[in-house]
Design a protein around this ligand. Structure first.
Ligand SMILES: [Zn+2]
Length: 165
């Protein structure tokens, strides 16, 4: 008999479309919450399920260490659906708040327009982020890796925010 349920990693990767180049984003095509970020349902020891942001799940999966609730994972690529987490921070598109200083520094070296030093507060309105994330997900579900959709998405996201790199 084959197992009727797949493992969490199998389910996770079935919802991810990776770009062809190592530096590309990895786009989450599963559920999206009303904040415009992905949602990944993870079984809990008590038999229930918990919805996590998929990038947080991958970070915990790779490091084996649970992220404390107040530890932020910040996107350097400005794509909320990106889950490209790597232990090597020179490759990773996400970094914890511990490394936030480095990311803020990158912002300040880049196109730095709105005077904010807090990456977290920079960004499009929540409703716009949800709309942009859903459009990106649909494009990837329909076409697979889609550089044009990413470019359009970033234009929408970054019309209001600094580019990190
Ligand atoms: Zn990315």
């Amino acid at each position: 008999m084959t197992r009727s349920t797949s493992t969490a990693p199998e389910r996770f990767w079935s919802h991810v479309v990776k770009g062809p180049a190592p530096a590309n984003c990895w786009i989450w095509t599963g559920a999206i919450g009303d904040d415009g970020y992905g949602r990944f349902w993870v079984p809990q020891p008590d038999g229930g399920q918990r919805a996590m942001r998929p990038q947080r799940w991958l970070c915990e999966h790779l490091t084996g260490v649970a992220l404390l609730p107040d530890v932020l994972l910040l996107h350097a690529c400005n794509v909320p659906l990106c889950v490209h987490v790597d232990i090597d921070l020179s490759v990773s598109h996400l970094a914890t708040g511990t490394h936030r200083g480095n990311m803020v520094e990158r912002v300040q070296r880049g196109r730095y327009r709105n005077g904010s030093t807090a990456i977290r507060t920079a960004g499009v309105a929540r409703a716009d982020r949800v709309r942009l994330s859903r459009a990106l997900r649909e494009a990837f579900r329909d076409h697979g890796w889609d550089p044009a959709a990413i470019a359009a998405h970033k234009t929408g996201i970054e019309s209001d925010t600094p580019t990190l790199w």
